[in-house]
Design a protein. Structure first.
Length: 65
């Protein structure tokens, strides 16, 4: 857990130094991930991987750089 938290702190620090809009990018990625849910549940593929429903779009992060 410590390493996971450290990686987040490091990533946020890099984003700050690069002058990225990390908060906006996080919201964009979370919205994209939420759009993978169908009726509030993930679409599970064989092997347990979460699938992408038809019409899913990857997050557009260019505006946050």
């Amino acid at each position: 857990l410590d390493a996971l938290c450290d990686s987040e702190v490091t990533g946020n620090g890099i984003a700050y130094l690069a002058d990225f809009d990390k908060n906006g990018a996080d919201k964009e990625v979370l919205a994209s991930n939420d759009s993978k849910l169908v009726d509030g549940k993930p679409v599970l593929l064989p092997g347990g991987k979460i699938g992408k429903p038809e019409g899913w779009k990857a997050p557009e992060l260019e505006k946050f750089v």
